[in-house]
Ligand binder design. Structure first.
Ligand SMILES: [Zn+2]
Length: 213
């Protein structure tokens, strides 16, 4: 009886230790988009406030009503959405396929890390603006709310392996960086290339299967 109890206790301890493996993480697929400083926004859309079209899941992020054209050395892309609210830095997030089509050799970076990144031209119906830097391919990441992170034993900057199940394309993805914030809610962000590669949709669920470092 005592042995059985100990086994059960061990199982419970293991279960709690591995809680993060049982958590269902909703997957959000990010299409190419633009973040702008207020200053850059005002050049492109003078006297037109940035309005919310759809609220997004993280903090006060929203998809705005404003679209711009991106122009690179090899091509251009129309109807690229600006996300709000305005930020302290202007940043353009592309998939690798988008970057290649525009002729821009963009690095994989976490949002906000834009030092020594390539520039791009942005055109609105009113103006054209050349940004000297800010083009990135967003590194895949998982947003975790601060209290949830504590409960799950996850730390900012950790990289984890997740499994995403999909018909015929179930995949394990390495290098998923944990990002923690008070106003975050649990969600994994991948781009359209990654989503297509693993057959994911916005209904997909990711499970953490391993922690790397
Ligand atoms: Zn994100």
């Amino acid at each position: 009886m005592e042995a059985a109890n100990t086994n059960l206790q061990n199982e419970v301890i293991n279960l709690i230790a591995n809680l993060k493996n049982y958590i269902k993480i909703p997957v959000g697929i990010s299409n190419k988009h633009v973040h702008l400083t207020q200053e850059d926004y005002d050049i492109l859309f003078p006297n037109e406030p940035l309005q919310m079209k759809k609220k997004l899941n993280q903090g006060d992020d929203f998809a705005s009503d404003k679209l711009v054209t991106l122009i690179g050395p090899k091509g251009s892309m129309e109807k690229v959405r600006i996300l709000g609210p305005c930020r302290r830095y202007s940043q353009i997030e592309l998939s690798m396929t988008d970057a290649r089509a525009l002729g821009i050799n963009a690095p994989i970076r976490l949002s906000g890390n834009i030092e020594a990144t390539p520039g791009i031209t942005i055109r609105s119906p009113h103006a054209e603006l050349y940004l000297e830097k800010g083009v990135i391919i967003a590194k895949r990441h998982i947003h975790v709310q601060t209290d949830d992170a504590r409960l799950l034993g996850l730390h900012s900057g950790q990289n984890v392996v997740v499994k995403i199940e999909s018909p015929e394309r179930t995949a394990y993805l390495d290098d998923c960086e944990i990002r923690i914030g008070d106003d975050f809610s649990l969600e994994m962000h991948i781009d359209t290339d990654e989503g297509n590669a693993v057959g994911a949709s916005n209904d997909s669920i990711a499970h953490i299967v391993d922690i790397l470092r």
